[in-house]
Design a protein around this ligand. Structure first.
Ligand code: ADP
Ligand code: MG
Length: 286
């Protein structure tokens, strides 16, 4: 992670209120201050309706704050001239893969955004080859996206974003409709992109086990950030997750349960290996 210079994305007292006739005002995001650095892998967790998707859409100017500011790579989301720059810098992958794939082959799907940008044909072919190889989709490049598995579809969506050479990719519950295998493949793909290409990843999820993989976890509740830190600080003991409608990861719940029954097990353990080690230590002491 490169923390030199200004943050890649900065929320400064940013709010978003939906305004709808009958329902009146719905303050979905309320006065958020948040800095996301280049190359950072950050998970955002929060119960349904806590404002995660609204927050995500504010990261690439799909929504402009109704109060405060969101600055992406030095550009304000409120500046109409900068919207396209911002959307290129921060790509989004959504929950339902079928709603975001528009082309008849995988290759065309990746070409789509590049064509819109007017990238010359030669360059476009190079970019497609590079991106498909990177994401491990070379073998399916001529297939129809809708015939692929859920995990493959989401990797096609990631490839299409990656072709635009973004600095950040926001995954809005992008694994929630996938089977376990597909979830692991998508997670491995984003981890690889983060580590090898210094791509910032904002991974919105309601699977606590996925959030544990991130360098940093932000907990969102009723439109505000209620915890922000490493996964062991947030899941360990930092905050009452049940109070904000979330589960404690299974490993941590087990560590806490043992601790509460008087066993000398650190209640902030989040990793399976660490828990196994702690339990083995107990045995060697008896
Ligand atoms: P999450 O992604 O955490 O489930 P959302 O950002 O989708 O949360 O929603 C936050 C709040 O804003 C909820 O109360 C939701 O009903 C409301 N909301 C979301 N989208 C709209 C919309 N297009 N119009 C009005 N209200 C909305
Ligand atoms: Mg959502």
């Amino acid at each position: 992670m490169n923390t030199a210079g200004p943050p890649l994305i900065e929320f400064r007292g940013a709010s978003y209120t939906y305004r709808r006739g009958e329902e009146g005002e719905i303050p979905a995001v309320r006065g958020v201050d948040l800095r996301i650095e280049r190359g950072e892998f950050i998970a955002v967790v929060g119960s349904n309706g806590s404002g995660k998707s609204t927050l995500a859409k504010m990261m690439n100017a799909l929504l402009v704050p109704t109060e405060g500011e969101v600055i992406v790579d030095g550009k304000s989301a409120a500046d109409d001239d900068k919207v396209w720059d911002i959307r290129r810098t921060v790509g989004m992958v959504f929950q339902n893969p079928d709603n975001q794939l528009v082309s008849t082959t995988v290759e065309e799907e990746v070409a789509f955004g590049l064509e819109n940008l007017g990238v010359p044909t030669e360059e476009m072919h190079e970019a497609i080859d590079r991106v498909l190889a990177e994401i491990g989709l070379g073998e399916v490049r001529h297939r129809e996206p809708h015939n692929l598995s859920g995990g493959q579809k989401q990797r096609v969506a990631i490839a299409a974003v990656l072709a635009m050479q973004p600095e950040c990719i926001v995954m809005d519950e992008a694994t929630s409709m996938l089977d376990p295998r597909g979830r692991i493949d998508v997670m491995d793909t984003v981890k690889h992109l983060c580590r090898e290409h210094n791509l910032a990843v904002v991974f919105i999820t309601h699977f606590m086990e996925e959030a544990l993989e991130a360098d940093r976890v932000v907990v969102f509740s009723e439109g505000t950030i209620v915890a922000d830190g490493t996964s062991s600080s947030v899941f360990g003991d930092g905050i009452d997750l049940n109070a904000v409608g979330l589960d404690v990861p299974v490993v941590t719940a087990l560590a806490r349960g043992l601790n509460e029954r008087g066993y000398a097990v650190d209640r902030t353990i989040t990793g399976l290996d660490d828990l196994v080690e702690a339990v083995c230590q107990l045995r060697s002491k008896t």
